[in-house]
Design a protein. Sequence first.
Length: 75
Amino acid sequence: MFRGCKSEDMPPHIYSLAQSAYNGMLASRRDQSIVLLGRSGSGKTTNFKHVLHYLVLAAGTVNKVPAYILHYYTC
């Protein structure tokens, strides 16, 4: 999604955050965590859906994740 772009050169973005976590997981072979903080109505659930959608697409495991789960979290 952000190919050829350095994350430090771009403004903060939820997909950039997800990409950094995914790349960190691949590089370190360790679990990563993303903590979404904010007040009620600030978009935590929506951002969670975006992160999950990006991670599923980046991992290429759509066939291993049941479609109803992907649909539930991304709609």
